[in-house]
Write a new protein. Structure first.
Length: 333
């Protein structure tokens, strides 16, 4: 896999991120004879070619721009999207919690727009393999285009297979040969049997889901398989801070919930399920559980008929006083 240039002077074909004094970002691909146009002036690409990364250059009207090669996070947040992306904060956690290492064989489903694929490709390096599975051909095309745009070419160690993971995975890999599996899909519990067959003993499963109901269902499905360790779940929130002299405070906005991460490891075949001792908990509910979650049991008591009649009288009185003040006809109920 040939990676794009990460350092050195800008050359033709490089992507350059231009930042103005108000923090607005624009990304251009350097080409001789072309220029970056805005309502504030013109910046010829030739004025950037040959400059070192991190230079400040002025356009035709003297407006300064900071020129830098975009980081992976910059590219991911601005690249074309066919599906919602895995945000950088979650991609970093997936690589770390999944212990994705150079030379690993990693299975990913689905590929979406390729945001997570780029992080996984970096983590496995040129000696690893990334096997991505995607149901929609247009998403696969977008992911391929984004990867080629960022890396400079389509990685030779990355394949995208069209189809459902549970059907395509057994036809693609030998049992017990996959080091890591990352699932970013609507119903990951449907693929757990195929994933369990593909993973090597000790291999890591990472699941990314958006809602608490998905999280609960996939956790219980993993336990029911009895082929994995007890699943661990978490979410990652990032809050920036404003630091300007003595003005040190958290930002007014933050990147809060984007999704849940769940991890588990593949047990050796024939191994009894190993779980930590804990207090008994229910995984199924009965009629008595439903009763405990009624509004009355939770303190949300229903209003009595007497209270409702009183509320009606008060509402009628307010309406009549309002009509009298405005000189309208009395309101009929």
């Amino acid at each position: 896999m040939t990676l794009r240039r990460q350092s050195g002077p800008f050359v033709e074909g490089d992507q350059v991120q231009l930042t103005d004094t108000k923090g607005r970002l624009n990304t251009v691909t350097l080409e001789r004879g072309k220029a970056f146009h805005s309502h504030r002036g013109v910046l010829p690409h030739e004025s950037l070619i040959g400059l070192p990364d991190g230079s400040v250059v002025e356009n035709s009207n003297g407006v300064p721009y900071l020129a830098l090669r975009p980081l992976l996070t910059d590219f991911v947040m601005s690249m074309p999207r066919g599906a919602a992306i895995v945000y950088p904060k979650d991609a970093g956690q997936i690589v770390a919690m999944g212990d994705v290492f150079p030379g690993a064989t990693v299975v990913e489903a689905g590929v979406g727009s390729g945001a997570l694929s780029l992080s996984l490709l970096r983590a496995i390096g040129p000696t690893g393999r990334l096997l991505s599975f995607e149901r929609r051909e247009e998403f696969a095309d977008i992911a391929r285009g984004n990867a080629a745009a960022f890396l400079g070419e389509a990685p030779a160690n990355w394949t995208i297979t069209l189809g459902d993971l549970q059907d395509a995975l057994p036809q693609t890999v030998e049992p017990g040969t996959v080091d890591r599996v990352v699932l970013d899909m609507l119903a990951p519990w449907e693929c757990l049997e195929a994933v369990g067959d593909a993973l090597t003993p000790g291999g890591v499963l990472v699941v990314y889901v958006a809602t608490a109901t998905q999280l609960s269902r996939v956790a219980e499905a993993i336990r029911a398989q009895e082929r994995f360790t007890e699943p661990l779940s978490s979410e990652t929130m990032v809050r920036g801070w404003n630091v300007d002299g003595l003005s040190v405070r958290p930002d007014h906005r933050m990147v809060a919930h984007t999704g849940f991460l769940l991890t588990a490891r593949r047990l050796a075949d024939g191994t009894a399920r190993f779980v930590k001792a804990k207090r008994g908990q229910k995984t199924e509910h009965g009629d008595e559980d439903v009763e405990l979650w009624t509004p009355g049991a939770l303190g949300d008591r229903q209003a009595s008929a007497k209270r409702l009649r009183k509320a009606v009288r008060e509402a009628q009185s307010l309406a009549e006083r309002s009509a009298k003040r405005l000189g309208d006809a009395p309101v009929e109920f």
